[in-house]
Design a protein around this ligand. Structure first.
Ligand SMILES: Cc1cc2nc3c(=O)[nH]c(=O)nc-3n(C[C@H](O)[C@H](O)[C@H](O)COP(=O)(O)OP(=O)(O)OC[C@H]3O[C@@H](n4cnc5c(N)ncnc54)[C@H](O)[C@@H]3O)c2cc1C
Length: 382
């Protein structure tokens, strides 16, 4: 995309976040949903397809552009980004990188416009950090289709989804990751049931749920890429890109938390003195700014090496590990700077403290990022 065109999009998104989404944060928290006016405006701005190819109606952003956008939307409730995050990210990228042309034509235009919601259904009760052990099965039917049976949990946007990217075993359990395939399964097919939205710690407005697949019959055309055994690679590729995106969100959220902290420190007084004049409070501000700046620099560099193809695996994990842990430290300090007010439900930083906690858990926990980074280091040393 031309840099001027992207600059305009970014400026419009920043304005929209400031003028429309931030003022709606309390409403989103209370109602646990994104208001239709915000959903419609986001679709209008192309946000449901920022990372999808232009030929299918997306904006086709590079990773370097995407992280700028993610830092901008990271400044508000993470539920706003989740609304269009799965279309562009973990679910959409499965179709972009592994789908056949027919599959891309069938789903990508709807995902890019926001008419369709896509969800990524990988995690199961005993297959989270290690999805190679997943048990959902897809067995060939006589007419060449598949019969899918299993249960997925914690699936973002499941209650809203029109199509699921479902990871299922077409080989034996002993085949591990090699026996996993991925299918596009329409949510309205007989045998697909979505549970009630989960009650979560934070990120209200973004919903997750269990999905049951009870003898769901799909045609051969539902098998992504038309080949069995590619599911694990598809999941890993989508997740690596998603990790870099999440790192950028964490930076955006850390920067918002810092704004909240600074404004409180400048106005709250004790003994007639603004608390921002106390050096121990200043240390919390300075440490937060330093770490958020380090996160920003890291994300920009990781996106650069993602785009030029030199590192699409280790750097996203390094960035996710650092930035997700960084935003939690910043959120913790933001609560501390607010004192007792920081513990009250009506305070913005209290909400973000709960919201931020998820980033260390999903799309690979911090422990899993460490194992990915270290394994790659050892591989390079051999
Ligand atoms: C709000 C939310 C939204 C989500 N959205 C989606 C979604 O859209 N699609 C989807 O498929 N999934 C989704 N997930 C699932 C998420 O990716 C998993 O919860 C996460 O990967 C952790 O898996 P688990 O919950 O099974 O925990 P476990 O894997 O059981 O982990 C428990 C603990 O053990 C540690 N651990 C596990 N294995 C290792 C190891 N090898 N080495 C060291 N430590 C280890 C973990 O780091 C963690 O601390 C979502 C989860 C949440 C909470």
């Amino acid at each position: 995309m031309e840099s001027e065109e992207f600059a305009e999009i970014l400026a419009a998104v920043r304005r929209f976040v400031d003028k429309e989404v931030i003022p709606a944060e309390d409403e989103i928290e209370e109602t646990d949903r994104i208001p239709d006016r915000i959903r419609e405006a986001a679709a209008e701005m192309g946000l449901f397809g920022y990372a999808l190819p232009e030929e299918y109606g997306g904006l086709g952003l590079s990773m370097s552009e995407e992280v700028q956008l993610a830092m901008a939307v990271g400044r508000t409730t993470p539920a706003f980004r989740s609304m269009f995050g799965t279309n562009n990210g973990i679910a959409g990228q499965v179709l972009v990188n592994f789908g056949t042309e027919d599959q891309q034509q069938r789903y990508l235009p709807g995902l890019a416009s926001g008419e369709l919601i896509g969800s990524f259904a990988l995690t199961e009760a005993d297959a989270g950090s290690d999805p190679s052990g997943l048990r959902t099965k897809a067995v060939r039917t006589e007419d060449g289709g598949f019969r899918i049976t299993g249960e997925k949990r914690f699936i973002t946007n499941a209650p809203q989804a029109d199509v699921f990217m479902v990871f299922a075993r077409t080989g034996e359990v002993a085949d591990g990751a090699k026996g996993i395939s991925v299918f596009a399964v329409d949510a309205d097919l007989p045998g697909v049931t979505v549970g009630r939205p989960d009650t979560k710690m934070g990120q209200r407005g973004a919903q997750t749920a269990v999905i049951h697949f009870d003898d769901v019959v799909v045609g051969a055309e539902a098998l992504i890429g038309g080949v069995e055994g590619e599911g694990f690679a598809a999941a890993m590729r989508s997740l690596a890109k998603g990790r870099l995106h999440i790192s950028a969100l964490c930076v955006g959220l850390a920067e918002r938390l810092i704004e909240e902290m600074v404004s409180h420190a400048a106005t709250q007084t004790q003994g007639g003195i603004p608390i921002g004049q106390f050096q121990l409070v200043q240390a919390m501000l300075a440490d937060s700014r330093t770490e958020a700046y380090a996160g920003r620099a890291m994300v920009i560099e990781a996106a650069r090496s993602y785009d030029d193809g030199t590192d699409q695996r280790t750097a996203p994990s390094c960035a996710k590990l650092f930035c997700s842990e960084m935003v939690d430290r910043v959120a913790d300090r933001a609560v501390q700077v607010h004192g007792g007010m920081g513990y009250m439900r009506e305070t913005t930083v209290e909400r973000f403290y709960r919201d931020a906690r998820l980033f260390r858990l999903y799309e690979g926990t911090s422990e899993i990022q460490r194992t990915i980074i270290a394994k790659q280091m050892l591989r390079e040393a051999r």
